[in-house]
Design a protein around this ligand. Structure first.
Ligand SMILES: Cc1ncc(COP(=O)(O)O)c(C=O)c1O
Length: 394
């Protein structure tokens, strides 16, 4: 089944050939409710009419140029993203991981510019996930992912919500930056409290540490605001975005505040493909949908789904906790989430599991009210089949 591929993924057997909105169709014509959206990516769903039109048009004009030449869209996307995030400058990438690499290099260079080049380390949070390249992997908490590739960049870890420990580590280590996800995605849809996010900001200010928010999963409107940290009124120095930003095409961005905007000099960072005409055209379709009020739909469908999950928690002992915000939701179970996820998939509802016991539910922003009701029905009927039992953490 995986002939010719490195064995990094365990994939389902079905072959998917099409879709519309939050529905995917396999090669036999069977339909699935897509509440995973390609791991929190396909915000506009599948077969989006305006995206299709814009991409067809762009393919017939120019697909690739490199960053040595201008096209009409890079600067438009950059300025619109800066306005939405309160940032001053963007560097485009092809993935979330690359956005994290850019953020790490930017923080290290900023320390050198400030005259503190010895500040090369990072502090990150237990449970965090930031990617799998050597830099981003250093920040990623899971021992399982990091161990085969040591030694990595020096990183110290702090438990989420432990403000006192964070204060001690920042004071002692004087790192280049603190890196955190306002809502940990792979860590089990775990939201950091407003208090902790604000305390982290203040501690970074007090110790001259840069604050990097990884909003690759929580950003671009998934929680109902453009950035999850906007719910807490916290602005980082650097923010990374990716996943839905170009409605399914590979794109990421690292954005920074005015004080950091001139940190990189010519040649100090780069990418052949990033920010090209095709992905930027797709990003503009996504940003236009946001301007037309898509985040209102995220809030409404998010509330409907959240309420429905809370009702399941009241009825079914297997449900331990409802987590997350907007359309970034998690259902923590008293059971391994993998077995439940497999049964949900058999019933044609796509979700996945994180942190061993959490079902991650991240549908397209265009999911309909009827589709949310249908997903809740499938969840209820499948969860009823499983007894509550203790879970071994992965
Ligand atoms: C919070 C977070 N950071 C970074 C990444 C890595 O992004 P990518 O897979 O696009 O390289 C992910 C991917 O899941 C993520 O969720």
């Amino acid at each position: 089944m995986d002939e010719g591929l490195m064995k990094t993924y365990g994939r389902a057997a079905e072959v998917f050939v099409g879709g519309h909105g939050a529905v995917l169709t396999d090669s036999t014509g069977a339909e699935y409710l897509d509440f995973l959206a390609g791991i929190a990516v396909s915000a506009l769903g599948h077969g989006h009419a305006e995206l299709t039109r814009a991409l067809r048009d762009q393919v017939g004009k120019v697909v690739h140029l490199s960053n040595l030449f201008r096209h009409p869209y890079t600067e438009q996307v950059a300025t619109r993203l800066c306005a939405l995030t309160d940032m001053a400058a963007a560097f485009f990438t092809n993935s979330g991981t690359e956005a994290m690499e850019c953020a790490m290099k930017l923080a290290r260079k900023a320390m050198a510019v400030r005259g503190t080049p010895e500040r090369t380390s990072f502090v990150a949070l237990e449970g965090g996930f930031h990617g799998r390249s050597l830099g981003a992997l250093s920040l990623t908490w899971s021992e399982k992912y990091r161990k085969p590739f040591q030694p990595l960049q020096q990183v110290s870890w702090v438990a989420p919500e432990d403000t006192a420990a964070l204060a001690r580590v920042l004071e002692r280590e004087r790192p280049a930056a603190l890196v955190l996800e306002p809502i940990q995605g792979e860590g089990g849809i775990r939201a950091l409290s407003t208090e902790f996010l604000r305390a982290a900001r203040e501690l970074c200010n007090a110790t001259g540490t840069l604050l990097i928010h990884d909003e690759i999963q929580s950003g671009c409107g998934r929680t109902g605001r453009f950035l999850a940290a906007q719910h807490a009124g916290v602005t980082p120095d650097i923010v990374t975005l990716a996943k839905p930003i170009a409605a399914g095409l590979p794109m990421g961005a690292c954005l920074c505040v005015p004080a950091l905007a001139d940190t990189f000099q010519k040649g100090e960072h780069g990418s052949t493909f990033a920010g090209g005409p095709l992905v930027c055209r797709a990003a503009l379709v996504f940003l236009d949908e946001i301007d037309r009020g898509l985040l209102g739909a995220v809030q409404d469908r998010g509330r409907q789904l959240h309420d429905g999950l809370l009702a399941l928690q009241r009825e079914l002992p297997i449900v331990r906790e409802v987590r997350g915000r907007g359309l970034m939701l998690g259902l923590r179970l008293h059971h391994s989430a993998e077995a439940v996820q497999k049964e949900l998939y058999r019933r044609h509802l796509m979700v996945n599991c994180t942190a061993g016991d959490v079902l991650r539910i991240v549908p397209p922003y265009v999911v309909t009210s009827a589709q949310v009701d249908r997903a809740l029905q499938i969840l209820a009927s499948v969860l009823q089949q499983f007894p509550a039992q203790p879970v071994e953490k992965s």
